[in-house]
Design a binder for this molecule. Structure first.
Ligand code: PGA
Length: 251
């Protein structure tokens, strides 16, 4: 059966020193705790190796927030999937709406990034989600479906089964405006049906689908209680160890 996951997305926050301190604090809070979900922290590149060195790898997985769409070579400033993997990270967040909107990441670029991540044994946490206008115009199902089809449906069934999806309605990210549990469930069920149509029920049932967008200790329990919501991708609330722990405890 699929895994529940709570993943933190630190975005561009925390100096190295602050990031190590936060990771240690989270690690401390999870010591001895009976976890009902997997826990992942998604840090900036520069934190990865240090954070991997201070957390219990049996309890906390490490994720990058991006990787290059090239294998290696003369691409100044880029970080490859192989480099991410070599830090001890096991996940990479790809297709976040901030990367799509501010850094021009297209479905085609993301397809390549997903392939390189998988080739380097990183599990992509692949983000999808509509902007407000698309929700208001009632085209959110089509938008999300095409994001999945264009970047992921070229994968073999075996490769697809390594993907974690994160439904993040863009209008809910960092806005304090969370999708209602019913809106989240409706979309997650649609996503699972879309996967089933392509890869069959077994793979669809085994795919972890996270919700992201202003999830916090106050709304996580209700969101996670939906049958197709398998955890969360947490931005702002993952920067405070106690809040992140409270979200983990919502399972
Ligand atoms: P938020 O961010 O929890 O701060 O809304 C979620 C995300 O962008 O992954």
């Amino acid at each position: 059966m699929r895994k529940n996951i709570v993943a933190g997305n630190w975005k561009m926050n925390k100096t190295l020193e602050e990031g190590i301190a936060l990771a240690k604090e989270i690690n401390e809070l999870l010591k001895g705790a009976e976890l009902k979900c997997d826990v992942v922290i998604g840090t900036p590149f520069i934190h990865l190796a240090s954070v991997a060195g201070v957390v219990d790898a049996k309890k906390i997985g490490i994720s990058a927030q991006n990787c290059a769409d090239k294998e290696s070579g003369a691409y100044t400033g880029e970080v490859s999937a192989a480099m991410v993997k070599s830090t001890g990270a096991s996940y990479v967040i790809l297709g976040h709406s901030e990367r799509r909107a501010y850094y021009g990441e297209t479905a085609e670029i993301l397809k390549t990034k997903v392939e390189l991540a998988l080739k380097n044994e990183l599990r992509p946490i692949f983000c999808i989600g509509e902007v407000l206008e698309e929700r208001e115009n009632n085209i959110f199902f089509e938008v999300v479906k095409s994001q999945i089809v264009e970047s992921l449906f070229g994968l073999s069934a075996d490769d697809f089964s390594k993907i974690v999806l994160a439904y993040e309605p863009v209008w809910a990210i960092g806005t304090g405006k969370t999708a209602t549990p019913a809106q989240a469930q409706e979309m997650h069920a649609f996503i699972r049906k879309t996967i089933a149509e392509k890869y069959g029920n077994e793979i669809a049932d085994n795919t972890t689908i996270l919700y992201g967008g202003s999830a916090n200790p106050g709304n996580a329990k209700e969101l996670f209680s939906n049958p197709d919501v398998d955890g969360g991708l947490i931005g702002g609330a993952s920067l405070k160890a106690a809040d992140f722990k409270a979200i983990i405890d919502s399972f």
